[in-house]
Write a protein that binds this ligand. Sequence first.
Ligand SMILES: [Zn+2]
Ligand SMILES: [Zn+2]
Length: 342
Amino acid sequence: MPKKKLEHKKLPPDMMSLRVMTRSFRDVQGQRIMTGHRIKQLVNNKIMTKDEAEEIYEQTLGYLEQAEKELDKKVKRIVRKHQVWEWGKHVKGIGERLCGGIMGEFGDIALFPSAGHVWAYCGLKVIKVCPRCGNDRIKIDDGTATCKCGFVGRPIGRAQHRMKGRKNTCNSSLKTLARLTAECLIKRPNPYREAYLNYKQDIIDREVQNGKLIWQKSATGVVTVAHGDASEGLQPINYVCSNDKCKRVDRSGGAAGAPPKCGKCGSDLKETSAYSAIEWTLGRINNMALRWLAKLFLYHLWVVWRRAEGLPDTDELAMKYLGHAEDKDPWAFADQRKRVKV
Ligand SMILES: [Zn+2]
Ligand SMILES: [Zn+2]
């Protein structure tokens, strides 16, 4: 994460207009959808007839749609001229708008010396926290964490998120766009989707081997075991704070060496089998996989863009992290049939 706010950096003119235009596009789109809902509501509540609504639609939404189309055209024009698009156009599931939105937010790839910087700016960093109280201000020495609450042991990784009283360190638009990208990439059969499915299976296999149960919740709220050996019955697998105002889930001990008190408020802990206290669910694994996929895509974008600008494009740490994908070459993830090397 660059120290100075990227907003205030001088960007290449193309990138500056790309940023402004893609942001306006998202604003107009949001406005259009909101206005549409509002008119629909008026018709549903019989405050307005359908004909009246259509007239209003012409007067308001018509303009917004027009603006959307204009902006979209301009964004496409800029993105198609960019060298990154030589790769991007072969990736299934990504369009000029999404790619342009992400590129506009980054602005200048020279400001990001590693893929790790890119991930942190997108809010995709993993932060090490105390498993007992969730504190991220812990001392880590040789893989062992020491926390104010008295916990000494292995810290756990948590997804970067906004915290009360702390400055937001990531670009919120990029965080949304990264998630959207991952969701788009898995919609159609392509190498990204395969990598995502493999990653999910790897986590399930790993945790089942660790003796964990993986749960799922049906639409009706019924909780069942999806993977793992549940023959020993549905034992409470976690501890939760008995203080109703706190309800913190304690993930440090499990059955062996249960901690006596809550790390946050000091109340007694109680055993629970409530869904909220379950450690592994299919939903959580899906979230992890989507974050990982977004990172893989952003790493590829970083490599392609850095290469196009003639900047160093190797990041050993990122490659180690992305270990699940065997081939880390961005071109291996582009459509093979139309594969053209630049
Ligand atoms: Zn702690
Ligand atoms: Zn508590």
